[in-house]
Design a protein around this ligand. Structure first.
Ligand SMILES: [Zn+2]
Length: 273
C-alpha cells in the first residue's frame, strides 16, 4: 500500500477542467455559430470560476485546473486569476478535441500549442488530462516526450501508479467522481435529468471513504460551468469541508501528489500501487 506524507492514510485532489466554450466546439465545430450553446461554457470562466476560487480560499485548499490551451488566449484573465490564487495549471489539450479522434501529428501539435499558451501564464507545467478522457495510443508517448510528469485520465486504479515502461505517473479518475455525468443536462440528450446534490453527495462521500480505507488518492473532477451553479456550490463546499476535516487525508494538488508518488514508486517502476 502506498505511504502518504506525515503518516496520512490517503490523499485527495480537487480538480477543475476549465473547458469554457471549447468543450462545446469540440463536440461539434458547428457550435461556433450557436452562441446559445456556447454561452453554457462562457458561464465557467465568467461566473463559476470566481465562485469556486472563493470556496477554495475559504477552505485553504489548493486545486489543479486542467485547461484547454486555447482558453489561455480566449480567457487570459481567468487563467491569470487561478495562478494568482496559488493553484496549479495543467494541460487539457489545446482545442477540446479527444486525442483518439486525431492523427499522431495533430495530437502532437495540440500538445505543443497548449504547452506554449498555458506556459506563458503558468510558467512550468507538469500535468496532462486528455479532453473527454478519450486517450489515443500515442498520448502517453507524446506527453512524456513533451516533458510532463503525470497524467490524470485512466480509470484502472484507486492509487497513483507509474505507466508501464515510462516515467509518467498516473493519478486515476472516474466518471463517478465527475460533475459532468452526474449533473449535465443537454438539450441534445433529453433523456438526461438535472439531479439534486442530495443524490450525488452520498456517492462522492462513499467513494472518498472507500478510497481512504484503501490508502488511495481521491481525485474529484469538476467543471466551473457545472459545479459553479448556485445550487451545486454547496456540494463543493461539503466535499472541501469533508476533506480538510479528515485529519488522516492529505489534500494536495495533482502536481504534489504525482511528485510524491513518483518518489514512492521509484523502487518499483511500472507497477500498480
Ligand atoms: Zn474537458
Amino acid at each position: 500500500m502506498m505511504q502518504w506524507p506525515d503518516g496520512k492514510r490517503a490523499a485527495a485532489a480537487f480538480t477543475f477542467d476549465l473547458d469554457a466554450e471549447a468543450v462545446w466546439l469540440g463536440f461539434d465545430p458547428a457550435n461556433a455559430s450557436r452562441p446559445g450553446v456556447l454561452s453554457q461554457g462562457t458561464y465557467g470562466p465568467r461566473v463559476g470560476l470566481p465562485l469556486i476560487l472563493d470556496r477554495l480560499a475559504r477552505f485553504e485548499v489548493r486545486a489543479t485546473f486542467f485547461i484547454p490551451g486555447v482558453n489561455a488566449e480566449v480567457h487570459p484573465a481567468a487563467v491569470e486569476s487561478i495562478v494568482a490564487a496559488g493553484h496549479e495549471i495543467a494541460v487539457h489539450g489545446y482545442h477540446h478535441v479527444a486525442p483518439a479522434s486525431l492523427s499522431r501529428d495533430e495530437e502532437a501539435r495540440e500538445l505543443e500549442l497548449a504547452i506554449a499558451a498555458l506556459g506563458k501564464i503558468a510558467g512550468s507545467l507538469s500535468g496532462y488530462r486528455s479532453p473527454s478522457w478519450d486517450v489515443s495510443p500515442h498520448t502517453l508517448e507524446l506527453v512524456e516526450g513533451a516533458g510532463l510528469a503525470y497524467t490524470s485520465q485512466f480509470m484502472d486504479d484507486l492509487r497513483p501508479y507509474r505507466h508501464p515502461g515510462r516515467r509518467l505517473i498516473e493519478l486515476p479518475v472516474h466518471w463517478i467522481l465527475d460533475d459532468w455525468p452526474n449533473f449535465m443536462w443537454s438539450a441534445d440528450q433529453g433523456t438526461r435529468t438535472i439531479r439534486s446534490i442530495e443524490e450525488v453527495e452520498p456517492i462522492w462521500r462513499a467513494e472518498f471513504e472507500g478510497i481512504r480505507d484503501l490508502g488511495g488518492l481521491f481525485v474529484l473532477t469538476m467543471h466551473p460551468q457545472i459545479i459553479g451553479r448556485p445550487y451545486r456550490l454547496p456540494l463543493l463546499e461539503h466535499m472541501l469541508e469533508f476533506a480538510v476535516s479528515s485529519s488522516d487525508v492529505w489534500t494536495a494538488t495533482c502536481r504534489e501528489a504525482a511528485d510524491y508518488a513518483d518518489r514512492q514508486l521509484a523502487a518499483e517502476p511500472g507497477s500498480h500501487g
